[in-house]
Design a protein around this ligand. Structure first.
Ligand code: IDP
Ligand code: MG
Length: 138
């Protein structure tokens, strides 16, 4: 069964939308197999966002992502990686259609409610980055 990593970002926490966002994942048929709350350190964020660490917006993104504790979870189900990305909508919340999580709740291209892994390799690497094997109840 496929697994993906999601992060309920600081704007999701601040707006008290964790239940609403998780509800969409669960109503789509996906199971929560790992979950915890943590504050993302600069070191963790440099790793997690290595693919964009050289972009001019990275310092502001890292400050936002570390601004308050977040909820990190692993979801499991058929085709969960692609399906969760579809449920989120595109990165830029202002371009995300209504009915998607980012379209309904996100603010802009940076403040966009939720992270989700974008492929099989990144999902495996991200799950390992945030959870010990015994913390994943798959
Ligand atoms: P994704 O979250 O849709 O996979 P990525 O390109 O992997 O998008 O970027 C990771 C995160 O970096 C985004 O979710 C968003 O918070 C932030 N980000 C991406 N592009 C921009 C940008 O052009 N300006 C500001 N922040 C951005
Ligand atoms: Mg990404």
């Amino acid at each position: 069964m496929e697994k993906t990593l999601v992060i309920l970002k600081p704007d999701c926490m601040e707006k008290r939308l964790c239940g609403a966002v998780m509800d969409r994942f669960q109503k789509a048929g996906f199971d929560i197999v790992a979950c915890k709350m943590m504050r993302l350190t600069d070191e963790l964020l440099r790793d997690h966002y290595a693919h964009i660490a050289d972009k001019p917006f990275f310092p502001a993104l890292a400050e936002f992502m570390g601004s308050r504790p977040v909820i990190v979870a692993v979801l499991q189900g058929q085709n969960v990686i692609a399906r969760v990305r579809e449920l989120l909508g595109p990165t830029d919340s202002t371009k995300a259609p209504k009915g998607t999580i980012r379209g309904d709740y996100g603010t802009d291209v940076s403040v966009n409610i939720c992270h989700a892994s974008d492929g099989t390799d990144s999902a495996a690497a991200e799950i390992k980055r945030f959870f010990k094997a015994e913390e994943v109840f798959a």
